[in-house]
Design a protein around this ligand. Structure first.
Ligand code: NOJ
Ligand code: CA
Length: 732
């Protein structure tokens, strides 16, 4: 009965589209909630026992009537037989200050509707809707007073019925990886492009050839930007979206655990927020703080130990194959505490050796960086990959040629903190076993940040990177790290959903395809990520690769990355992260010290951000004003990492940075500097693609020009194909 009603809706939608007739409507007596500005309207109703919602913007449908509910395992489903037993309205208008971020304060302004639904047998399910001016969040809540106590989810039935065949920027649905290029296509073409998108990642598992991941950015034919994502995923699996490409209805598709269960819940409990962002302008999508606002306030009382980090790494040389993480070729397999590394012959290609690490420390210190990541410092890398090995690393035992105490002391003398690396090889059981000791070692030597990694298939066997037990593991690691005053940057962990508001020691995540994919990254990729992946939190994209020809960086290697040098400079402004890497090798930067100056000068924490121009898959131009309060916080050197902000006569300089990136098309942009203080003159240093720059033929051609500007100035700049620009502005 219910199924046929939804079939009717689906057919009605298609027919409505085809014949120009009216799309399905919510019942006239639906409960209504409006956004603070009144432009978004949420409607909720129980139709023949089934809870439904719909969303309109300025009187036009954005989400057509869409069902809510669950299918359970071994218990009565929560998919019908409901009556509406209560409604409650609320609202909030507050301003909060993030510990780090794109601005120093964020307004959290919404109207709320809580509906209570009851089944005859006594199951109670509530749905909390929060409507902001830029979108909707809603979640299921299961109160304590309930016939449901322990229950297992077979499927979450939440739907998002789109109004038509929107353009989408999507990556394939997957239980284990987000490391994909984006495809831009119509919803109806997702199936057509799907196969070409799948990757041979170390761990990847799809479920449908119309499955996509959130955050999913779409654009309607009327030009409205619609984005579906989730916020605050805690003790619950991550969702993908499965599309019915005949009706354009998405359904949540949760990541199953090893037994196929898509969530083990115990009342009282809540689902993550489901979100639908609706913006008239692309720049408003970038400015939206919907996901952060839906998360809980900061859980830490003392945040004085959390600070922005600009870092380099003994890293790119392993990624490119110039050197290796491992120490010896003597053993086909190694065992912690058993293998005698001191008795082995080193292969001579180990990147994390004392001499090489000192070279990086010197370069990072000379150029004002905060920190240096070193990978491959610890025993176990000989057979870490591809074996689903349980006891793979202990995170405390260095290789014989890595003198941890001496290198750490050397780094600290020079004002550089070392960043710890914990590659778990996805053996989360092993990581949890060693975590306390591993964090204690960091405390002993004054490491205050760790990059963790989850390459390969998960142990416990059969679990997925995004299943509920793993979601719990990642948060456990963040909370334990917080107890030790350690900041976390997790790679291959779940894509962020705004938890950094609550746990600001989560200063970075990868959870997308970053520069490490080298030649595999499509031009334009970085013009999409800020609309999608970065909605949930910052990304450790590892920008700053100046040498795109891999044979130059690592003799014998092949492949060319597809960006210009100035494109990489632009990323320091268009991609927000309080943890920002200069990822290339010191010897590559040494060849372009004048352009490297921008990376040295740029700040990484901001009190104000302006999105000047943007279109997903095309271009982004962003201006940012540094947050003076955190400029030098946490720096061992005590010296400024960025441009001198104080004039010789003691007056503070006013400083701005502007960055732009484009896709495979060259573009001209006019940057209006009307955000500068009127009447004030500024020195502008402009790093731009040279007239003959091109990502394929001439990626390292750039110009650096200086000019005096005011708020009345307009800078006309040309970005080469897959190019960009960067500007430093300092008041005179
Ligand atoms: C994958 C990470 O993304 C990369 O940054 C790291 O170097 C390797 N795993 C090894 O841990
Ligand atoms: Ca990765």
């Amino acid at each position: 009965m219910r199924r046929s009603r939804f079939l009717f809706y689906a057919l009605a939608t298609v027919l409505a589209a085809a014949c120009g007739t009216k799309a399905p409507q919510m019942p006239a007596d639906a409960v209504s909630l409006r956004s603070p500005d009144g432009r978004l309207e949420l409607k909720f109703a129980v139709v023949a026992g089934v809870p439904e919602y719909a969303l309109d913007f300025a009187g036009q449908a954005v989400v057509l009537p869409s069902r809510l509910g669950y299918e359970l395992i071994g218990q009565e489903n929560l998919d019908g037989g409901f009556t509406l037993s209560g409604t409650a309205f609320n609202s909030l208008d507050e301003t909060w200050e993030p510990v780090w971020g794109e601005e120093s304060s964020i307004r959290n302004h919404y109207n709320e509707l809580l509906v209570e639904l009851k089944q005859k047998a006594g199951a109670v399910m509530q749905v909390r809707f929060r409507l902001y001016d830029d979108g909707l969040g809603f979640r299921y809540e299961f109160p304590q007073e309930n016939a449901l106590t322990y229950f297992k989810v077979k499927e979450e039935l939440t739907e998002f019925a789109m109004t038509g065949d929107h353009t989408a920027w999507w990556i394939p649905g997957d239980y284990d990886t987000q490391e994909y290029n984006y495809t831009e296509s119509k919803l109806s073409d997702i199936r057509k492009w799907y196969e070409g998108m799948r990757l041979g990642n170390a761990s990847a598992e799809g479920f449908s050839d119309t499955g996509v991941q959130t955050s999913l950015q779409m654009k309607t034919k009327e030009g409205l930007y619609v984005n579906i994502h989730e916020a605050e995923v805690v003790d619950y699996p991550t969702t993908n979206l499965d599309l019915d490409d005949k009706t354009f209805v998405f359904r949540t598709w949760l990541t199953p655990d090893a037994e196929g269960v898509k969530g083990r819940l115990q009342a009282p409990c809540k689902s993550p927020w489901r979100t639908v962002m609706v913006c008239e302008k692309a720049t408003d999508v970038l400015a939206s703080r919907l996901i952060l606002n839906l998360n809980e306030p900061c859980a830490l009382e003392d945040v004085s130990w959390i600070h922005p980090v600009k870092y380099m790494g003994v890293w790119w040389e392993m990624i490119t194959g110039k050197s290796e993480w491992s120490y010896t070729y003597d053993y086909p397999s190694v065992q912690l505490g058993v293998t005698d590394y001191a008795a082995s012959t080193p292969h001579g290609r180990h990147g994390a050796n004392n001499e090489n690490v000192r070279r990086y420390i010197d370069f990072a210190a000379e150029n004002g960086f905060d920190a240096l990541l070193i990978e491959g410092w610890n025993e176990g890398w000989e057979d870490w990959f591809g074996h689903q090995k349980d006891a793979v690393f202990d995170f405390v035992t260095p290789y014989p040629d890595f003198d941890l105490p001496a290198l750490n002391a050397y780094a600290h003398e020079k004002g550089i903190r070392l960043v710890m690396h914990h590659e778990t090889s996805s053996s989360t059981v092993n990581y949890e076993r060693h975590m306390e000791e591993a964090y204690a070692l960091m405390n002993e030597y004054g490491y205050d940040a760790v990059k963790s990694g989850y390459v390969g298939n998960i142990i416990p066997y059969g679990e997925h990177h995004y299943s509920q037990p793993l979601i719990n593991h990642y948060l456990f690691a963040i909370k334990e790290a917080a107890k030790h005053h350690i900041m976390v940057n997790a790679h291959e962990a779940v894509r962020p959903t705004g938890l950094c508001r609550t746990w600001p020691n989560l200063i970075g995540n990868e959870a997308a395809m970053g520069n490490e994919y080298r030649a595999g990254i499509n031009p334009g990729h970085t013009t999409i990520l800020p609309f999608t992946r970065l909605q949930g939190g910052p990304m450790d994209y590892t920008p700053g690769i100046f040498e795109t020809d891999m044979s130059v960086t690592a003799p014998g290697q092949t492949g060319k990355m597809r960006h210009t040098l100035c494109n990489q400079l632009g990323l320091y402004v268009t991609f927000y992260s309080p943890l920002q890497m200069a990822a290339d090798l010191p010897e590559n930067y040494a060849r372009f010290m004048d352009a490297f100056q921008f990376i040295k000068d740029v700040a990484v924490d901001w009190d104000k951000t302006l999105y000047l121009e943007a279109e997903p898959g095309a271009y982004i131009v962003t201006a940012r004003h540094p947050k003076l309060a955190t400029l030098n916080s946490g720096r061992l050197s005590g010296k400024s990492s960025v441009w001198e902000f104080v004039h010789p006569d003691g007056r503070p300089h006013d400083v701005w940075y502007v960055g732009g990136v484009t896709d495979e098309n060259a573009r001209e942009v006019s940057v209006k500097l009307d955000f500068l203080t009127p009447g004030q003159s500024y020195e502008a240093i402009i790093y731009a693609d040279a007239a003959d720059a091109d990502f394929e033929t001439n990626p390292q051609a750039y110009t650096i020009t200086k000019q005096t500007v005011t708020s009345a100035s307009v800078l006309d700049l040309k970005m080469a194909r897959s190019g960009g620009f960067a500007i430093s502005l300092r008041s005179l």
